[in-house]
Ligand binder design. Sequence first.
Ligand code: COA
Length: 258
Amino acid sequence: MDYKNLLLEKNENLLVITINRESKLNALNSKTLEEIKDAFQNAYDDESIRAIIITGKGEKAFVAGADISEIKDLNELNARKFSEEGQEIFQSIETCPKPVIAAVNGFALGGGCELALACHIRIASDNAKFGLPEVSLGIIPGYGGTQRLPQLVGKGIANELILTGDMISAQRGYEIGLVNHVVPQEQLMEKAKGLVNKILKKAPLAVSHAIDCINASFSHNTGYQTEANAFSSAIKTDDFVEGTSAFLEKRKAIFQGK
Ligand code: COA
């Protein structure tokens, strides 16, 4: 596949995937998601790749969410598909037998936060911001955020973050266990690569089995289906139309609860 929105750089056993839509803060449109799916499939199949780092282009954003200009055209039926397909791609990241590290270099919002949550380890630059602001758009997180955030930070803090849609700093992310390390932006890739090098010295099969076992502790989770159902229900509300229109028109949304 010819990648339009990803940059791929392979160095020995490490693949660095950079999401490259800087003018839209690396928002995940359908083409970018398709490319991420393909890149992970290839990395999975390529025996010479033993670890993956995913990051965003530029100094401002990791990924500022799913692309709102595409979301606004969803209907109830294709919204379920949209959510399920995103869930599936992010699950393929979570279950990748090779360690996947998110190097979060700026905004990680909505689908961007969910992408980071699906990775095995998150390192953030000190300017990074995390959040699941979907309720501000009249929807809910649809790419696994309602499931993985509580797994990582606990139910109470996940409730607060998802229900308020608040953004938090990298430092706060570190305090609640969302982020493993916070470093100055210029040291972000060095820190991520340092961690990769440590893991690469360990037995590859043991590393894969460990990833598998850790994932297995959450494997009886039916919440993803509930999330996809709730995401597609939200799409038929007037509040969703208002929320997405308000973002694109750069104004505050006024919700009616309908
Ligand atoms: N989808 C589509 N476009 C997006 C986007 C998204 N999720 N996030 C940012 N962009 C676009 C903006 O529309 C803008 O495009 P334009 O220059 O063509 O108008 C460009 O990226 C820059 O964003 P802008 O909002 O001007 O930057 P900012 O510094 O003022 O604000 C954010 C940064 C991240 C706070 C703001 O962009 C934002 O709230 N983004 C949406 C976050 C979100 O709700 N994500 C969840 C989606 S489900």
